[in-house]
Design a protein around this ligand. Structure first.
Ligand SMILES: Cc1cc2nc3c(=O)[nH]c(=O)nc-3n(C[C@H](O)[C@H](O)[C@H](O)COP(=O)(O)OP(=O)(O)OC[C@H]3O[C@@H](n4cnc5c(N)ncnc54)[C@H](O)[C@@H]3O)c2cc1C
Length: 225
């Protein structure tokens, strides 16, 4: 399935069977990961900067201080390459050559545009806030005019993108499978710990349900489970 055109830039060359170009796979990976690494070039020097992202349909929302170099550079419409990676396991093989990782990753090429319409900007901020914990926007003070001015939000259309996915066990050649080393996968899971209240939060106040819900859905299993 290929929802995104496979361009010369997005074609996965090495192990091409791991390449995916359908919007569903790309969107799921974006939604599973909090951090984008945004690559751009200034004066022929490459920079890669990590930021929080949120997806709004077929576009990626990024935000930051209006004064930040990254946001100003994106808002000016310069070309970007955004990389988003989830790591799922250490793949331990019997041979050094076949050590690997299980992963899901996305590469997006595009250009961002500033969201300056006030209503759209607030909506985008709500999406970014709810990216941390769904429902958070409804529990917090909304930005005042000064805070809104100090924040830039950009949208990057997700139209030229590739995903690459590795899953499953290590792949040693038949002649190495008798070698006396352990082979298998150590899963990597993203967990949320018990909420720690800020010093200025009433310690007697209970953690709100929407935060409890997201913690419960990513909590560590009990020991021995
Ligand atoms: C967690 C993790 C660890 C990795 N470790 C290594 C490593 O140690 N060494 C190594 O060589 N490779 C590693 N890879 C794979 C690496 O990301 C590239 O896929 C690999 O270098 C082969 O690229 P290529 O030559 O096929 O394509 P390139 O010519 O480099 O890329 C062509 C196009 O393919 C697409 N593409 C390539 N890789 C990805 C990707 N991972 N996700 C989405 N789109 C992609 C992009 O659109 C890119 O522009 C790792 C990947 C992940 C996610």
């Amino acid at each position: 399935m290929s929802d995104f055109p496979v361009t010369d830039r997005t074609r996965v060359r090495r192990l091409p069977d791991r390449g995916k170009y359908d919007a569903d796979t790309v969107h799921r990976i974006i939604d599973a990961v909090f951090v984008s690494h945004v690559g751009f070039t200034i004066d022929e020097r490459p920079f890669v900067i990590p930021v929080l992202h949120a997806r709004d349909g077929d576009r990626l929302l990024l935000h930051g201080a209006s004064s930040s170099r990254l946001l100003r550079h994106i808002a000016a419409g310069n070309p970007l390459c955004v990389c988003i990676t989830a790591i799922d396991g250490l793949v331990l093989a019997k041979t050094a050559f076949n050590q690997s990782m299980n992963y899901r990753s996305v590469v997006i090429f595009g250009q961002g545009a500033l969201i300056d319409d006030a209503e759209e900007k607030l909506r985008a901020l709500a999406i970014l806030t709810n990216r941390l914990v769904p429902g958070q926007w409804d529990h917090v003070r909304h930005p005042n005019p000064q805070e809104l001015k100090a924040t830039s939000i950009v949208a990057v259309p997700i139209t030229e993108a590739s995903a690459k996915v590795r899953s499953g066990p290590p792949k040693d050649d038949a002649e190495d499978q008798g070698f006396p080393a352990w082979a298998g996968v150590v899963p990597i899971t993203q967990l949320l710990g018990a909420p720690v209240p800020a010093a200025y939060t009433d310690v007697a106040a209970t953690v709100p349900d929407h935060i409890r819900a997201v913690v419960a859905s990513h909590a560590a299993p009990p020991p021995g489970a």
